[in-house]
Design a protein around this ligand. Structure first.
Ligand code: AMP
Ligand code: MG
Length: 416
């Protein structure tokens, strides 16, 4: 194999190249309760005004505000209760004078009434109640259409379905909803040193941790993964597995074998597959050899074998591609600024990503443990990644840094 010179491209350019090549998956219709985690493939339009009618936000009495005029502690106003309604029912009375209707939260405001008095603001009498303060027209009424009007676009295509979205679908009677299909993913762990969890660790061997980690990363995104472990560092075996996986999956993720070692076959495989290699070197650490190729709209991610590099490569390149395939509008990671709470003295020739522990309360951040590219534990103990720009020297405690937040975790302290 000839050693090719690789030209590193900036992280941003690499991500953009990936996104530009993504095609949306097809649209399908699912039951609204099954839509969680999918992405809306249609705008959700208000099919009625919400609220649909003027209603009471409290348990109390509907009155004509005019009848409460000049009410005070010395001059209490008397009301006569002429009807009693719960939520879901409508009074057939039209109020006049000092008449009132006993009304429950959510019930429709009766004709003639224009204010609601909370139960706690009344003193009961034989025929009704008395009041000690005047009410204004419209006081304590939830008005028809105050939240949204029929025809309003309340959620747009590209929104990920959360429990809140399901509540909106239920509100507007979307029993079925259009969503984007999920991509199919294959993960292939390569390397003759790898043994799976049920095999014995003979000298020189290591556990395959990247394969299971990527299964987890995908499952977290509600995506099923077919997993392969190619035991032989034998070109033809690996080529056949990658080729078959590429034909039958939207995304093939390999880990390992993407570098310039004697058994690093991935570069040759991309060639023999006649895949379009978008880049094979990125100005980042770890994972500079991360390679992404496209063939027939299917993506091939060649992630580094080093666990921290593999994880970083997935977060930076694979995740936004999966999200874009699934139709999501916001595919880029969340960034915040935080203060380093310990020194990080290494120079950064390339953009550096450090698995990190961010304290959301104080917005301070530090590496989440031993942090070389082969680290495993620091992945598990991290909730974020510190991003240090390329071309910088050391950073010290107190410096402000960019942090990519990719996991929520408990904060140090609560506000109540
Ligand atoms: P490679 O990218 O194949 O040169 O691998 C880089 C390093 O990552 C080597 O030390 C490998 O043993 C290790 N490695 C490769 N694949 C895996 C894996 N699936 N799980 C854990 N470590 C791996
Ligand atoms: Mg290898």
């Amino acid at each position: 194999m000839m050693l090719e010179k690789r030209t590193p491209i900036p992280v941003r350019e690499a991500i953009e190249k990936c996104i530009q090549h993504v095609k949306h998956k097809n649209i399908k219709t699912v039951n609204y309760l099954e839509s969680l985690g999918y992405v809306l493939a249609e705008d959700i339009v208000a099919t009625y005004d919400i609220p649909m009618f003027n209603k009471s936000p409290y348990d109390g009495f509907a009155i004509r505000s005019e009848a409460s005029k000049d009410a005070s502690g010395e001059q209490r106003k008397h009301f006569t209760v002429v009807d009693h309604i719960g939520a879901g029912t409508v009074s057939d009375k039209a109020l006049q004078g000092n008449e009132a209707v006993r009304i429950m939260t959510g019930a429709a405001i009766p004709e003639g009434a224009d204010a609601v008095v909370m139960l706690e603001q009344t003193v009961a009498t034989e025929e009704g109640f008395t009041l000690r303060k005047p009410f204004t027209s419209g006081e304590n009424i939830s008005f028809q259409g105050e939240e949204c009007k029929k025809g309003d676009i309340v959620l747009t295509r590209g929104t990920k379905v959360t429990p809140g979205v399901i509540a909106v679908l239920a509100t507007f009677s979307y029993a079925e909803v259009k969503v984007y299909e999920r991509p199919s993913v294959a993960i292939i762990a390569t390397g003759s040193e790898l043994v799976d969890i049920n095999e014995s660790l003979t000298p020189g061997k290591i556990r395959n941790s990247n394969g299971p980690m990527i299964i987890g990363l995908c499952k977290d995104m509600n995506i099923e993964v077919n997993s392969y472990h190619v035991k032989a560092d034998d070109y033809n075996t690996l080529f056949n597995v990658v080729r078959d996986a590429q034909v039958s999956h939207d995304i093939v993720i390999t880990t390992g074998g993407v570098s310039v070692g004697d058994f690093d076959y991935m570069p040759q495989i991309y060639k023999d597959l006649e895949a379009d290699v978008l880049f094979n070197k990125i100005a980042m650490r770890p994972g500079s050899v991360t390679t992404v190729a496209v063939k027939d709209n299917h993506f091939l991610f060649g992630l580094s074998g080093n666990p921290s590099a593999c994880y970083t490569g997935f977060e930076l390149y694979t995740r936004p591609v999966i999200k874009t395939m699934m139709g999501e509008r916001d595919v880029y990671p969340t960034f915040v600024k935080a203060t380093l709470s310990e020194d990080f003295t290494k120079a950064n020739p390339f953009t550096r990503f450090i698995r990190a522990d961010l304290d959301y309360n104080t917005m301070t951040v530090k590496p989440s443990g031993f942090n070389k590219s082969n680290a495993v534990v620091a992945i598990a103990t991290s909730n974020s990644m510190i991003v240090l720009p390329g071309g910088t020297r050391g950073f010290v405690a107190g410096d402000t840094v960019d942090v990519l937040v990719n996991r929520l975790s408990a904060s140090n302290g609560v506000p109540w």
